[in-house]
Design a protein around this ligand. Structure first.
Ligand SMILES: NC(=O)c1ccc[n+]([C@@H]2O[C@H](COP(=O)([O-])OP(=O)(O)OC[C@H]3O[C@@H](n4cnc5c(N)ncnc54)[C@H](O)[C@@H]3O)[C@@H](O)[C@H]2O)c1
Length: 342
């Protein structure tokens, strides 16, 4: 193993958000160690292409990127990695994602999101990491009807196992932050889309089907609203948090302890009707989608909407990219990457 100066650990580096963030960190001159188990939850070749793309951002003498195919479930390998690199910043994005998949494959979530998360926490404790950032999710709000969602809202009623594991991560991380004084930030991402996106999520599924003249499946007869958030905004938010570790507060807040622990929503702050999102896709693709309307799916929530005041106050930034601009950039990438014709 080569020793780099002050490397940042990014877990889930071959994933959508991990890859996009790493690109930005490399451009900013950081040394990055990335890990991923390259599982086949979705097309592995997309993960490999993202890793190949990252190589283009390595500039000799300016930054470095080292990749290891490691599972966070493998405690020994995780321990060895931390012992070798002595990370001071850790951005933990590796997880089994997806709400619907968690209903048919619960063990993938127990293993990656609970056991794996615990392994990361233990290594962070032993190595005195000074800034720990991890991915939570808007899904923790479950079936909450009070909108927009705020960080202090009750999130004790997850409606999918995925959401339950993400809420558990927040609780586990808080206890470590409190016990061992670890500066920790949890980010609740709201439906992220954009170039190099996830093939299991609606924007990619719809685009593929529309281009291939196949029917798109629309759940709850289209009566769903999502706070779609463009990837560059998510990356900017994580990036700024990477420069601003959570601090202990002297006085106890309504629900918090004095631990150096923060949880923020990171969403566009503007929910879009699913049917309106589809309309924008149709306009950009210059094709009308064939639609199949279906009932609500188990585990799905009706609506997500982020209040981002806390994030804005903390890092002077909240996502702003419009659906029109975001979809434009996404479609341009999709057509180029998959060489599809409109
Ligand atoms: N994309 C979104 O809209 C969204 C919304 C809310 C939360 N999140 C969370 O953000 C994080 C990143 O999501 P993403 O959209 O980039 O998903 P992704 O699936 O593209 O990326 C996750 C990566 O983690 C890797 N991984 C999974 N289990 C692993 C394990 N046991 N060991 C090592 N690597 C493992 C996968 O191979 C994948 O490359 C996840 O924690 C996800 O739950 C994403």
């Amino acid at each position: 193993m080569i020793q780099f100066k002050n490397p940042i650990l990014v877990t889930g580096v071959a994933g959508f958000i991990g890859f996009s963030l790493t690109k930005k960190l490399l451009l900013d001159g950081h040394n990055i160690v990335g890990i991923d188990n390259l599982n086949s939850y979705y097309d592995k070749s997309l993960k490999l292409s993202r890793l190949a793309e990252l190589k283009k951002f390595i500039k000799k003498g300016l930054n470095s990127f080292e990749f290891y195919e490691i599972s966070i479930e493998d405690n020994k390998k995780i321990n060895d990695l931390f012992n070798t690199y002595r990370f001071s910043k850790v951005i933990h994005l590796a997880a089994q994602a997806g709400v619907r998949y968690s209903i048919s494959n619960p063990y993938a979530y127990f293993q990656s999101n609970l056991v794996g998360f615990g392994n990361i926490l233990e290594s962070i404790r032993k190595n005195k990491v000074s800034n720990f950032i991890f991915a939570s999710s808007s899904s923790v709000y479950g079936g909450n009807r009070k909108l927009p969602f705020m960080e202090l809202d009750n999130v004790d009623h997850p409606i999918s196992l995925y959401a339950a594991t993400k809420k558990s991560n927040e609780l586990m991380a808080h206890s470590y932050s409190h016990l061992y004084d670890i500066p920790t930030t949890g980010l609740r991402f709201f439906t992220v889309y954009g170039p190099w996106g996830r093939p299991d999520m609606a924007p990619m599924i719809f685009t593929k089907s529309i281009l291939e003249n196949k029917k798109i499946k629309i759940f709850n007869n289209g009566k769903l609203r999502r706070d779609f958030t463009f990837i560059d905004d998510i990356v900017e938010g994580i990036f700024r948090c990477s420069y601003k570790p959570a601090e202990s507060s002297k006085k106890k807040g309504k629900y918090s302890t004095t631990a150096p622990f923060k949880v923020f929503n990171i969403g566009c702050g503007k929910p879009t009707e699913l049917m309106d999102f589809i309309k924008v896709l149709e306009q950009k693709l210059e094709k009308v989608a064939e639609k199949e309307f279906l009932p609500m799916q188990q585990g799905d929530v009706l609506e997500t909407w982020a209040n981002t005041d806390a994030l804005e106050n903390w890092i002077n930034f909240s996502p702003k990219t419009s659906i029109e601009d975001g979809v434009d950039t996404f479609i341009e990438w999709y057509i180029d990457y998959y060489k599809s014709e409109k």
